[in-house]
Write a protein that binds this ligand. Structure first.
Ligand SMILES: [Zn+2]
Length: 257
């Protein structure tokens, strides 16, 4: 295919993204299913079993917010650069693009004006149409994220990088640091302070519960949850590369303690 993944002019081209994604899914033996149709668009889930039954189960989700296109493109870039043997180490599940209407329009929220990354519990508002679909698949998604869930986002106001991490420990563990380091190979670290009223310290917003998708799955038992943020004030190509590197970092087996 003749376009570069870093081509920001095509960053919201839904048909191009789908075409390229299906090609990689086929090459790698990922099973594609449509979880449901939301606002006229299919929401995909892809899965691939590990070579060994005892391997970890990890879930990667992208494209909750339509004006954050580097997530879905970054996951595609990761797939283009990986071989099947590497994927054999993990029971992998992908939700590569949750908010299809927002992605196509370049808008944060979906075509109904709802936020697809809220409404998963706590005091957050009612779920969006995408959220309701994901909530219907709670047992499947909880199993798929037993050993971790990664949600790929961008901060449209930021020029430096950070992540959110949820862990059952008093401070960020090696997995969070490994993810952050992958982001920092491409960008400088966000200074300590507040982001959306959350304290960011050493590049991590830690154990912030906000009714998001990743917070929901952490509550359902995921061993680790992260929401990674690339700085959307930086060039698109670098953001796509950072997202791809963070997916790779997330799938690496390492001690959680
Ligand atoms: Zn977002």
């Amino acid at each position: 295919m003749a376009w570069r993944l870093g081509d920001s002019a095509r960053s919201h081209h839904l048909a191009l993204w789908r075409q390229a994604f299906v090609a990689e899914a086929r090459r790698l033996g990922l099973q594609l299913q449509t979880l449901g149709t939301v606002l006229g668009e299919p929401v995909w889930m892809l899965s691939r079993a590990a070579a060994e039954a005892a391997a970890p189960s990890r879930l990667v989700a992208c494209g909750f917010h339509g004006e954050e296109p580097a997530g879905p493109w970054g996951l595609l870039k990761f797939l283009q650069g990986v071989d099947a043997t590497t994927l054999d180490a993990v029971h992998l599940t992908l939700l590569p693009l949750v908010n299809c209407t927002g992605f196509a329009a370049g808008t944060r929220f979906n075509a109904e004006g709802d936020n697809p990354n809220r409404g998963f519990g706590g005091s957050s508002p009612s779920p969006s149409a995408e959220g309701r679909l994901l909530l219907q698949h709670a047992p499947t998604l909880a199993g798929a994220s037993r050993d971790g869930v990664l949600s790929c986002h961008e901060d449209v106001l930021a020029d430096s990088a950070y992540i959110y991490a949820l862990e059952r420990s008093p401070s960020p563990g090696p997995r969070a640091k490994h993810l952050l380091q992958a982001n920092l190979r491409h960008f400088t670290q966000h200074p300590d302070g507040l982001v959306d009223d959350c304290a960011v310290c050493d590049g991590v917003i830690f154990n912030h519960h906000d009714g998001s998708f990743e917070d929901w799955l952490f509550g359902l038992g995921a061993a680790f949850a992260a929401c990674v943020e690339t700085p959307a004030l930086q060039p698109f190509e670098r953001r796509v590369a950072a997202q791809a590197d963070m997916v790779a970092a997330f799938l690496v087996d390492m001690p959680d303690g």
